[in-house]
Design a protein around this ligand. Structure first.
Ligand code: SAM
Ligand code: SF4
Length: 358
């Protein structure tokens, strides 16, 4: 399709959503709807590729980070958010790398928060929690309501082995500070065979005792990691079966706009999510795109399709090329990723999660 939609008006906040399979839905004016009828309303934006941890499944110890000049400036990041909001994207998740290690990250978050109520309905953050104690109050003050904190273990030795840094205490302090600041916390836990497998029930009860949700994630073949993903891979079907020996799990329709399927754990009253990119493809309902800290738009986590939005912004200050690049990339959004549990030893994508923005 030609890029005549660059003059489109922003979509109404609660426009039609993607059709269930079959023919594409009627395209709401100005909305980002792909050729499979999925409406994109969720942007995950990485603001840095740097991190103060080195989780073994995510990046090598000697990770080479990008030169700072390659990163989008605060102005460019904000321009991007405005452009996506114009197209009806109403949920922004800021991620990384570790978003809170970017210099003046809170100033940037405050800029993004100005789009709340003016396009954006939700501004949220995924963090490893190490710097959260310092920033939780301010995040709440600027309008962040929910955050995801990654926590794979409550054991200091396991944490140090997994993250290659002894930072569990800071993370736990960060989670406490977030809860005290009134933020709703969801823990993200990558389930790893023989590493934190036995601890999963304890992590669930720990989270729920604090009023936090918890989501288990299967390890994904992203980037070269110094770990054996075939050995680490723990299918969540198996985890769920084992959990059912101990807990009563009731499927619930709860949906945060992400790929998690939720159950309520009757014994704790808390919510438990499962993200299963390998054992169950979640692409049919995918409503999201990712933009890296260098402005590369990826329309699918496991594929290379996308667009160079930095070039579009830098070559055309009017913003038209940016909007055209976004529209044309959405037109090409692939039907799904091709992660495959049988091919875990070779990355499906050469990009690490820290680069793409997990
Ligand atoms: N640094 C922040 C954090 O750890 O929450 C945000 C970025 S991190 C890349 C986002 C999420 O991706 C984390 O929950 C992390 O556990 C997850 N992740 C990283 N590499 C992964 C992989 N290969 N497979 C599955 N999840 C991964
Ligand atoms: Fe850093 Fe997050 Fe990757 Fe861990 S998962 S190394 S905390 S970016």
């Amino acid at each position: 399709m030609a890029h005549t939609l660059i003059n489109a008006r922003p979509a109404p906040a609660s426009g039609a959503s993607a059709s269930e399979g079959g023919a594409p839905a009627v395209r709401p004016a100005g909305a980002l709807v792909d050729t499979y009828g999925r409406r994109v309303r969720y942007l995950r934006l990485s603001i840095t590729d740097r991190c103060d941890l080195r989780c073994v499944y995510c990046m090598p110890e000697r990770m080479t980070f990008l030169p700072r000049k390659d990163l989008l400036s605060f102005e460019e990041l904000d321009e991007l958010v405005a452009a996506f909001a114009f197209f009806g994207v109403d949920k922004l998740r800021v991620t990384g790398g570790e978003p809170l290690v970017r210099k003046d990250a809170m100033e940037l978050m405050a800029r993004f928060s100005r789009h709340l109520g003016a396009g954006l309905k939700e501004l949220t953050l995924t963090t490893n929690g190490t710097l959260l104690a310092r920033h939780a109050g301010e995040l709440s003050a600027i309008g962040v309501r929910r955050i995801n904190v990654s926590l794979d273990t409550l054991r200091r030795d396991v944490f140090e082995r997994l993250a290659r840094r002894d930072s569990l205490d800071e993370v736990l302090r960060g989670i406490d500070a977030a809860l005290e600041a009134g933020l709703h916390v969801k823990l993200n836990t990558v389930a790893l065979a023989g590493v934190n497998e036995a601890e999963i029930p304890e992590l669930i009860t720990w989270a729920h005792a604090r009023g936090a949700d918890i989501t288990l994630i299967e390890t994904m073949p992203m980037g070269e990691a110094e770990t054996n993903r075939v050995e680490d891979y723990l299918p969540l079907d198996q985890v769920r079966e084992r959990l059912q020996e101990r807990f009563t799990l009731t499927d619930i329709p709860f949906n945060t706009g992400g790929p998690s399927r939720y159950v309520r754990v009757e014994e704790t009253g808390g919510r438990l999510g499962f993200i299963t990119p390998l054992s169950h493809n979640f692409c049919e309902s995918c409503n999201r795109v990712r933009v890296t800290c260098t402005g590369r738009l990826y329309t699918c986590l496991g594929r290379e399709d996308g667009a160079d939005l930095r070039e579009a912004m830098r070559s055309d200050p009017s913003g038209e090329s940016l909007r055209a690049a976004i529209l044309s990339a959405i037109e090409r959004k692939p039907k799904g990723h091709d992660f495959d549990a049988g091919r875990l030893s070779t990355p499906a994508s050469p990009r690490t999660m820290s680069h793409t923005g997990g």
